[in-house]
Design a protein around this ligand. Structure first.
Ligand code: NAD
Length: 464
């Protein structure tokens, strides 16, 4: 039986990053994966979606070319979904082989197969036992299904299938107005679908700052997407090549495809957690302490399998933190704090968030100050032709930044600065004093920070 310092179950962005970090710290590592390296993020999630969104943006840019003084040949711009898919596949394949090279280059052994926990200190991979002093579970998450809606993979689908569509559905119903629902809605609208979102709660993107999700909803509606909040789908039937969906309002909607995007649940089936004494939370996630250790010493868990935030970069950060705790000899980076995980949302316009929202601050009874700055007052936004959006900065009463929420062009590029500010406990004054290059969209950040004190240069009145 081969023996390792660490066996990592799952080679997604949590598992493979943890394996590399452990190897950097001198550990002998086994990485176990039954599918492709890169996990959902690379193969069926973040990367394929962003590749397709890039195609959707290119199409939108061609359509809007006239606004920038460019004439294109007469006739509507056409989209070839097969080529969009080929481009996506090439990107995914390139990244996959890059990860494999990194893993092999680090001397990490890969076991292809399905792992389960065996006797203490060992892992069973399709019947073969491997000894490991430490085990890290990074098995991720899988789709949540809805009663009354049976996924058939053809007309009623998850994004696993939707990411391979080689035709644009004329009418698309998306159940769930969360991150996936909204990103898909914006992309498919750009591709030419008539999209309807059905969302159970009173607003789309429920955990996002209210002002931001309201602005997104307004923009999406203006772009032609129907958004039905406070609504669910009771049942959905396939009839020929159509789906008939019965809504909680009593209305029926007939569409060509129905996409279910109502969240994901931790993937623990088949791991034999119970027999080893690894405890779960009420929501079925693996229970861990602040060092990502489960209820059993030597068994750790990170990423979606431990619950929210189910984000690739959170999984990677958790993996690094867990492994540094095991092999770092005390040289551990800062404690992982879920409240400091930035969230990039690739809607049109984009959203970037980090830290606390005004709704959460009110719920906690905290006093706070807010600064806002609109894209419309930024020269670069005007040059780019994208003036819809704003940045919102919340601070405590001493000016320490607690949360930053941005909607607008390249908001996902602006949020890392805010993540640094929140992480390092910076004040709005420090953010404002940092010189932001002109002409760039980043000036919006400095101005929103200055507005906390009513001191934004390019804003006359404070709209609070
Ligand atoms: P989500 O939790 O973000 O959204 C699910 C939405 O479905 C919620 O708004 C919820 O209220 C709604 N919903 C639940 N049951 C419903 C019902 N019966 N009828 C109508 N609406 C219902 O989940 P998701 O969008 O599926 O994404 C899954 C995970 O992947 C999330 O954790 C998300 O953060 C992550 N993700 C992140 C990104 C990103 O950061 N860019 C992109 C994609 C996915």
């Amino acid at each position: 039986m081969s023996s390792y310092d660490l066996a990592v179950i799952g080679a997604g962005p949590g598992g493979y990053v943890a394996a590399i970090k452990a190897s950097q710290l001198g550990a002998k590592v086994l990485l176990i994966e039954r599918g492709d390296v890169g996990g959902v993020c690379l193969n069926r999630g973040c990367i394929p979606t962003k590749s397709m969104i890039a195609s959707a943006h290119a199409l939108a840019a061609v359509r809007a070319a006239g606004e920038y003084g460019i004439s294109v040949p007469a006739g509507p711009a056409a989209i070839d979904m097969r080529k969009v898919q080929q481009r996506k596949e090439a990107i995914v394949e390139k990244l996959r082989s890059g990860i494999l090279q990194l893993i092999k280059g680090r001397g990490i052994e890969i076991a292809k197969g399905t792992a389960s926990l065996a006797a203490k200190g060992s892992v069973n991979v399709d019947g073969v036992l491997h000894e490991a002093k430490n085990i890290l579970i990074a098995t991720g998450s899988t789709w949540m299904e809805l009663p009354g809606i049976k996924i058939d993979g053809r007309l009623i689908v998850t994004t696993d299938e939707a990411l391979s569509w080689d035709e644009v559905p004329a009418r698309l119903l998306i159940v769930g107005g969360g991150v996936i629902g909204c990103e898909f809605a914006c992309m498919m609208r750009d591709f030419g679908s008539k999209v309807t979102i059905v969302e159970a709660t009173p607003s789309i993107l429920p955990p996002v700052e209210g002002a931001i999700s309201r602005l997104l909803a307004r923009t999406m509606k203006a772009q032609g997407t129907d958004i039905l909040t406070g609504t669910t789908v009771k049942s959905a039937q396939v009839e020929g090549n159509e789906v008939h969906a019965l809504l909680s309002t009593g209305n029926e909607l007939v569409v060509d495809k129905l996409l279910v995007a109502v969240g994901r649940r931790p993937l623990t089936a088949g791991l034999h957690l119970e027999s080893c004494g690894v405890e779960l939370t009420e929501r079925g996630a693996i229970k861990v302490d602040k060092n990502f250790c489960t209820s059993v010493a030597g068994i750790y868990a990170i990423g979606d399998v431990i619950g929210q935030p189910m984000l690739a970069h959170a999984a990677s950060a958790e993996g690094i933190s867990a492994v540094e705790g095991i092999f770092g000899n005390g040289a551990k980076s800062e404690v992982f704090d879920p409240e400091m995980v930035p969230s990039p949302i690739f809607t049109s316009p984009e959203i970037g968030c980090v830290g606390l929202t005004s709704e959460e601050l009110k719920r906690r009874g905290s006093e706070f100050l807010t600064g806002r700055f609109p894209y419309a007052a930024c020269g670069k936004a005007l040059c780019d032709g994208d003036t819809d959006g704003q940045a919102i900065v919340h601070t405590d009463m001493e000016g320490k930044i607690l949360g930053v929420h941005i909607i607008g062009r390249d908001a996902t590029l602006l949020i890392p600065e805010a993540a640094l500010a929140v992480r390092k406990g910076m004040t709005a004054r420090e953010l404002e004093e940092t010189i932001h290059a002109h002409p760039t969209l980043s000036e919006i950040m400095a101005e929103a920070a200055a507005d906390v004190y009513g001191m934004a240069i390019h804003k006359v009145s404070r709209d609070r």
